[in-house]
Design a protein around this ligand. Structure first.
Ligand SMILES: Cc1cc2nc3c(=O)[nH]c(=O)nc-3n(C[C@H](O)[C@H](O)[C@H](O)COP(=O)(O)O)c2cc1C
Length: 404
């Protein structure tokens, strides 16, 4: 029998436990790739901490026998108010990682978003799940290469294209530099040597990784001489920035719903509408790009006010508990995306770990809503939370709260 960390209670009762389980199974370079953020990791920490600043205002003695978590995003019905975010290189965390995570999402009734920088082919991922799949696009390799992947995503039935706009260059994740990620993926054997011991220290992960084919290529980025090698990712990202003009081109090439991911301020929310977005994600890439930007929860009310109901607003970055999800939806998010919360589960125990992450978040959301006296996500609104008075955008919250 294969060794697999136990992900049920009492070993794993929250996402932080899954994080520790992932740390035990993965080599340091892989764990830090998931866990780390840019530069001083200020935004990474703040994304999580900021949820402590938002205070619930429950309605007590309200019967909530059942809680309806169903919602729709861009017209697609989902059973949970959260979606799995695009997480590149998931195949490094667990064999066939993207397919495994997509299957767990589909079984739970939600959407899986596949990164351009994934180790599994989009059509294989689509086949692996009974749920909807979104495809996240980077313009790696230029428009011709992107066009091929857009067509592939459309042909296999992806429901929306997620265009990430916060990555004109890859953020500097200092942990990756220290762990020798560059040397490991592209160096000569002797430059790799000082760093390979971290893999030998995790023989079970290493055996699974090698069985799955070892260092992967990116099968959804087909360049002139075949799928893009892992070593080329940093340079490729620098040449793949998406501008608003590109967005117009992408809109025409895709012809379906577009989600713009990486909006930090109201103006960009409005601009996304002008350029044809159907939804935006208030996201700072989980604190992996520009360090020092606002946490997304604090930025959310400004974007919600700016788009003024014309398109759907989603949020990600920092979600570690169901109560975080309830706070974000109360402040105007249609739904949220979770990144590390499920990536830890995948790294800890594959499908069982992702399923456990989803279960934990789902149970948290239900319990939080019952304690708040709310029986449906459709009824979450700003009157249920109090936000700090020094936030730049608190108006909607205070006005509704004052009405009670
Ligand atoms: C390991 C890792 C890889 C990621 N890869 C991508 C990617 O390829 N494309 C993208 O748009 N976002 C990527 N993201 C960002 C996530 O989609 C999401 O915005 C972020 O994880 C949300 O923050 P959270 O991890 O705190 O939930 C990645 C995040 C992580 C942790």
């Amino acid at each position: 029998m294969r060794f697999m960390p136990r992900v049920a209670a009492p070993h794993v009762v929250n996402i932080a436990d899954l994080r520790r389980a992932a740390q035990r199974r993965l080599p340091r370079a892989v764990f830090d790739y998931i866990d780390g953020g840019a530069d001083q990791e200020i935004t990474l920490r703040e994304n999580v901490r900021v949820f402590d600043d938002v205070i619930f205002r429950p309605r007590c003695a309200v019967a909530t026998a059942s809680c309806d978590l169903r919602t729709t995003v861009l017209g697609t019905p989902i059973d949970l108010p959260f979606i799995l975010a695009p997480v590149g290189s998931s195949r490094m965390f667990y064999p066939r990682g993207e397919e495994v995570a997509a299957r767990a999402a589909g079984n739970a009734g939600t959407i899986y978003t596949l990164s351009t920088l994934s180790g599994c082919l989009v059509s294989d991922v689509k086949r692996a799940t009974r749920g909807p799949v979104w495809y996240q696009l980077y313009l790696v390799g230029g428009r011709d290469v992107a066009l091929t992947s857009i067509e592939r995503a459309r042909n296999c039935g992806c429901a929306a294209l997620v265009v990430t706009i916060d990555t004109p260059v890859a953020g500097l994740r200092e942990r990756d530099v220290r762990n020798g990620v560059k040397e490991l993926v592209s160096g000569a054997p002797f430059t790799r040597l000082p760093y390979v011991f971290q893999f030998l220290a995790r023989p079970r992960w290493l055996a699974a990784f090698l069985r799955d084919g070892g260092l992967m290529r990116f099968p959804n980025i087909v360049l002139k001489d075949g799928p893009m090698p892992y070593a080329d990712v940093g340079a490729a990202l620098e040449q793949s920035m998406v501008s608003w003009a590109d967005l117009k081109w992408i809109r025409e090439a895709w012809g379906g719903p577009i989600v713009v991911k990486g909006v930090h301020i109201g103006d960009d929310g409005r601009r996304a509408i002008d350029y044809g977005a159907d939804a935006v994600v208030v996201s700072n890439h989980g604190g992996r790009q520009l360090d020092g930007v606002s946490s997304t929860l604090r930025a959310l009310p400004e974007v919600v006010a700016a788009v003024d109901g014309r398109i759907e607003v989603l949020l990600d970055s920092g979600i570690r508990r169901g109560s975080d999800i309830v706070k974000a939806i109360s402040l105007g998010a249609r739904a949220v995306l979770v990144g590390r919360a499920y990536a830890y589960g995948l790294g800890a125990a594959g499908e069982a770990g992702v399923t456990r992450a989803i279960e934990l978040l789902r149970a948290d959301v239900i319990r939080t809503m019952k304690l708040l006296g709310v029986d449906s996500v459709a009824r979450l609104d700003p009157s249920l939370v109090e936000v700090p008075r020094d936030w730049p955008f608190t108006v909607a919250s205070r006005q509704t709260a004052d009405a009670f």
